[in-house]
Design a protein around this ligand. Structure first.
Ligand code: PNS
Length: 160
């Protein structure tokens, strides 16, 4: 049985993340979605909120577990018996840094990284772009899962 880890900031989870996680489930037996707790920049959602959102989004998928982590991804991966790291690739521009991380993670732990190409309809999506568009009054409909969009709008309505 192979367990994969899909790590990320997920601030917030987008439809691109959903696509890569769902496709990981179709390839691997078990998928641990790993939410990094401490972000260098101030997050829109706390790690507890990000974890809860993903938990709800995958509530009907028993092969997906959602957890949060601090420190090195590979240290977390070892505690969960993870055999492979899965990353989505949107474009060639993602590849340089992802390759560096994959090689470093392999050196540190022997754990390999598998890349899943993002579906073309999500290729331009990123959490930061979604936040920018939404915070400036643009619609986030179709970019993030419905409930995530609702929570984002709620957050902005308090800030305005
Ligand atoms: O969604 P993101 O922001 O692209 O996710 C980046 C993440 C969390 C996958 C990456 O920053 C990470 O793995 N951080 C954990 C710290 C770590 O292991 N650093 C060494 C990477 S080689």
């Amino acid at each position: 049985m192979t367990t994969a880890v899909c790590p990320g900031s997920f601030d917030p989870p987008t439809n691109g993340h959903m696509d890569v996680i769902r496709r990981s489930v179709s390839v691997f037996d078990r998928v641990v979605v790993a939410v990094i707790r401490n972000l260098s920049k101030t997050p829109m959602f706390t790690s507890e909120e990000r974890l809860e959102m993903l938990d709800d989004l995958f509530a009907d998928e028993p092969r997906v577990e959602v957890a949060s982590f601090d420190g090195l991804l590979v240290d977390f991966a070892r505690t969960r018996d993870v055999g492979v790291i899965v990353k989505g690739l949107r474009a060639v521009s993602d590849f340089d840094y992802e390759l560096q991380m994959a090689q470093m993670n392999h050196r540190l732990s022997g754990i390999d990284t598998v890349f899943i190409p993002t579906s073309p309809e999500h290729a331009y999506l990123s959490s930061s772009l979604v936040k920018e568009v939404g915070s400036l009054g643009g619609t986030v409909d179709g970019l993030v899962p419905g409930e995530v969009g609702r929570l984002m709008k709620e957050r902005w309505s308090h800030e305005r």
